[in-house]
Design a protein. Structure first.
Length: 252
């Protein structure tokens, strides 16, 4: 078995690398989560002269163009460039890819027809984790319906984060937020306060932080301590499709 023993803040943990847990939802040909009325991904066979990039149509190989928007199709990771008035690219920001992470489950709160992650509840849940030096937090919202895998959130006023909860994560030193929601902010909120608080607006933009949205954490995966491997495609853009993989940390 491919196993390892690592040290995090003077504590030893055992990891089984053969038990990877993939939290990503793909950019699918059929159904994937989407949001903000962004066009769903399109797959187009390349045709140039006599060349057809489709073996089933007599071509020598398969070759296709894919048109998509990372903010609206499947799991994606974004950086400060998403809300900054300057070119900050995810490929330049994310230079480390392994992080101690905490997975927690939170029930959504409701007020005036809005559902959101309450700051007080978030703080109470994290109070039990103060001794673990997490750099990333993974938040599974309850209820955890499987329709998250294919949901079109456009026009549904999906749940979002109480911006005050972002302050708690900043105080904890969290650099990477992963959520199954389509955004940290309310759908029709042009201010994007949660994003800006996390990325340090109006102060200097933090070039180490990322936000990963539209993940899915199956019910059988327990809350607790994990090692996160955050994988992205090398795009020169503020966001990229991503593949967050986690491994359970067991005290050795």
């Amino acid at each position: 078995m491919l196993q390892s023993r690592i040290v995090i803040k003077d504590k030893y943990y055992q990891i089984n690398f053969e038990k990877a847990i993939d939290l990503s939802l793909p950019i699918s040909r059929n159904e994937n989560p989407s949001a903000f009325y962004l066009q769903k991904a399109q797959y187009q066979t390349v045709e140039a002269g006599t060349f057809i990039g489709d073996i089933s149509r007599g071509g020598s190989c398969n070759c296709e163009n894919i048109i998509f928007n990372p903010h609206g199709d499947g799991t994606h990771t974004e950086c400060a460039g998403h809300v900054a008035g300057q070119n900050i690219y995810i490929n330049d920001v994310l230079k480390k890819f392994m992080f101690p992470a905490i997975l927690i489950s939170l029930s959504l709160s409701e007020k005036n027809g809005d559902f959101y992650i309450d700051a007080e509840q978030l703080g109470a849940e994290l109070a039990h984790q103060k001794t673990f030096p997490a750099e990333a937090i993974i938040i599974r919202t309850i209820p955890n319906n499987t329709n998250k895998k294919t949901m079109d959130y456009s026009g549904t006023n999906p749940a979002y984060f109480d911006a005050a909860g972002i302050d708690i994560l900043n105080i904890m030193g969290i650099k990477h937020i992963l959520t199954d929601l389509p955004s940290l902010d309310k759908e029709d909120d042009s201010q994007l306060l949660a994003h800006k608080r996390f990325f340090a607006y109006p102060n200097k933009w933090n070039l180490e932080k990322t936000v990963t949205e539209m993940i899915f954490v199956p019910d059988e995966i327990k809350d607790g301590k994990y090692l996160l491997n955050l994988q992205i495609a090398s795009f020169e853009s503020d966001a990229s499709p991503s593949k967050p993989i986690i491994y359970l940390l067991e005290e050795a």
